[in-house]
Design a protein. Structure first.
Length: 339
């Protein structure tokens, strides 16, 4: 029999929550500790990095940006049953993950959720999260280890998903897959730690229904000794890959195939033999379109370009960081524990 997630007695939202955090931070240490003998979970939850930039911020498909579980209840989970019950609950909810939780396969997440790791040691081990016609979800400050499939699978017309400040280690397949007409996704400030298949957009060469979908922003991620798919894209447009740090990617960084439209902008490539594929296609996939501008290539090959790409700036405003700063700022700020 499942234990229900432990709901915090004091749940505060909106401006009242911000005021409560300010009051709590002003308390003497002993008093704050007395308020919560283990952790102040509400305080931790409110320290998430605000709202997304990129496609997850866009008002579209009846959704005003991505707000996750804002306005709903807050629960803390530290067992498998508690986590699975929480992500399967209907309605807005902030789910605070405490410690290591083992799951299997990919577990479905219902709409209007924030799944937020507490501190710097929240781990999802052995499995991952799946989105099937889900929307308005934030996944933040978690380390995914040893997923037996994909760690995060976003598909079946899911939209407004923000994957932010997570660490991915040793998934059996992809770290993040985005497919089947998913849209308005932001993947930001994640650490791909030696992963193989980091990110796939578009699941097959036959999935032409993805054309005009898979709108994704990929920014300030640390592709750290990872092998391939940073990302590999089929059909989707526009896919905006900006201000990432690519280090020692053994096979390639980004690939645009099957007439996808990818903008690679303001990134830093270090020791990457093949930063971009497009005009030549990749593997059995036909060519795609790719525009590159303002990137830095150090001890790296050239970026293969082809055609034109729809401008992401037609959807959202953004400001580029100086790419020369990325080898310092991105490793320091990306991944779990760096909110």
């Amino acid at each position: 029999m499942r234990r229900r997630p432990r709901t915090r007695a004091a749940i505060v939202t909106g401006m009242a929550a911000i005021a409560a955090v300010a009051t709590m931070s002003a308390l003497p240490t002993a008093q704050a500790a007395e308020t919560d003998g283990t952790r102040n979970a509400i305080d931790q939850a409110l320290l998430q990095t605000g709202t997304p930039t990129g496609f997850a911020s866009v008002n579209a498909l009846g959704q005003n940006g991505t707000t996750g579980g804002a306005g709903g209840t807050t629960v803390t989970v530290d067992t498998t049953d508690e986590l699975l019950e929480a992500i399967d609950t209907v309605g807005a909810m902030t789910i605070l993950v405490d410690g290591t939780i083992d799951i299997t396969s990919k577990q479905g997440v219902r709409p209007n959720k924030t799944i937020l790791g507490l501190g710097d040691d929240a781990v999802i081990n052995g499995g991952g999260f799946e989105f099937y016609r889900s929307y308005n979800v934030i996944i933040q400050n978690l380390t995914f280890t040893n997923a037996e499939d994909d760690a995060v699978g976003i598909g079946q017309q899911s939209h407004h998903i923000w994957v932010d400040h997570n660490t991915f280690v040793n998934p059996a397949d992809g770290s993040i897959d985005i497919a089947r007409q998913a849209d308005y996704i932001t993947v930001s400030w994640n650490h791909f730690d030696g992963t193989d298949k980091s990110m796939l957009l578009g699941h097959s060469d036959g999935a032409s229904g993805d054309a005009g979908h898979l709108k994704t922003s990929i920014h300030h991620n640390y592709f750290d000794g990872s092998t391939q798919r940073h990302p590999r894209v089929r059909f989707g447009e526009p896919v905006h890959v900006y201000n990432n740090y690519f280090r020692a990617n053994q096979l390639y960084a980004a690939a645009s195939t099957m007439n996808a439209g990818v903008l690679v902008e303001g990134n830093y490539f270090q020791n990457v033999p093949f930063p971009c594929f497009s005009a030549s296609g990749y593997a059995d996939s036909d060519p795609g379109r790719l525009v590159q501008r303002g990137n830095i290539f150090t001890a790296s090959g050239s970026c293969e370009t082809a055609g034109t790409v729809e401008e992401p700036g037609d959807y959202y405003d953004y400001t580029l960081d100086d790419p020369a700063t990325l080898p310092t700022t991105v490793p320091a700020g990306a991944g779990a524990g760096n909110l």
